[in-house]
Design a protein around this ligand. Structure first.
Ligand SMILES: C[S@@+](CC[C@H](N)C(=O)[O-])C[C@H]1O[C@@H](n2cnc3c(N)ncnc32)[C@H](O)[C@@H]1O
Length: 249
């Protein structure tokens, strides 16, 4: 039976964290693409919502003013790498404990597919962003191989299920209707980088909380559905996300 994502992630946080610690370079390009789209400046206040374990922090310039890690599941944030002025905020994404017009960049990486009504988050981003501030959304696109992998393979092999509501051609219009001007919207293919096939199976098993299949079966599932592409690892899984940048005028 499918549970709410808040319930699921309070159980999945430890395994997700372990995947990210064991294979810190696997999602490197994914995080770099977020930073490139965010067009950061040294004095920026950055809100990462949802942050998970704050993995994005290591990819930000060292001189940014402040990193705010917003997360619903407290189990995630125990190992969050924080600078002197950074802060963890435990709150839902539609009611973030951050003042109006105080954030330069709001980032949502792989978090919007858990939101049944994404416009509640888009309006909250609109509220906390300063005029001229940027919202960067990056998530799986409906109908892609990543959608199939998550909503079919992971759904079948995670006893808590996976029913992501992925980005599609209506997302940009939904963001615009919340008052933000969409600046760019593109589906980007990039590699998840590994040393061995066994690493792929282990990483995906942990990251996606797959408890009904062993690592070799998970590897076979990724081979069937996702396939490989060139990249910095010895073996690189073909992943893709839609990256949308919107600006508050
Ligand atoms: C796939 S992880 C992404 C975390 C991090 N941004 C990353 O890229 O690794 C999904 C995140 O969404 C959070 N989440 C799940 N359901 C949520 C909900 N209904 N509202 C807000 N956040 C939620 C989880 O706690 C988790 O941090």
């Amino acid at each position: 039976m499918f549970q709410s994502y808040e319930q699921i992630f309070s159980k999945r946080a430890d395994a997700y964290q372990k995947a990210m610690e064991l294979y810190p370079a696997a999602r490197q390009r994914e995080f770099q693409l977020v930073v490139e789209h965010a067009d950061l400046n040294a004095a920026d206040v950055i809100c990462d919502a949802p942050s998970g374990g704050g993995y994005l922090r290591d990819y930000l310039p060292t001189d940014i003013k402040r990193y705010l890690a917003v997360e619903t599941a407290p189990d995630f944030t125990g190992h969050c790498p924080l600078g002197e002025h950074d802060r963890i905020i435990h709150s839902p994404l539609d009611n973030i404990a951050i003042e109006n017009s105080s954030v330069d960049v709001c980032i949502n990486l792989a978090g919007s597919h858990h939101l049944e009504d994404k416009s509640r988050f888009f309006r909250e981003a609109m509220r906390i962003l300063k005029p001229g501030g940027r919202l960067v959304i990056a998530d799986a696109e409906k109908g892609t191989r990543v959608d199939r992998f998550l909503n079919e393979f992971v759904d079948q092999h995670n006893s808590m299920g996976h029913e992501g509501i992925f980005l599609d051609d209506s997302t940009a219009a939904e963001i615009s209707s919340c008052g933000l001007a969409v600046h760019s919207d593109e589906l980007i293919d990039f590699p998840w980088a590994f040393e061995t096939g066994n690493d792929i199976g282990t990483f995906c098993k942990l990251l996606f909380g797959i408890d009904l299949a062993e690592a070799d079966a998970v590897l076979a599932g990724t081979e069937d559905i996702l396939g490989y592409m060139p990249g910095p690892g010895k073996i690189n899984l073909a992943w893709s996300l839609r990256y949308i940048v919107a600006i508050k005028s």
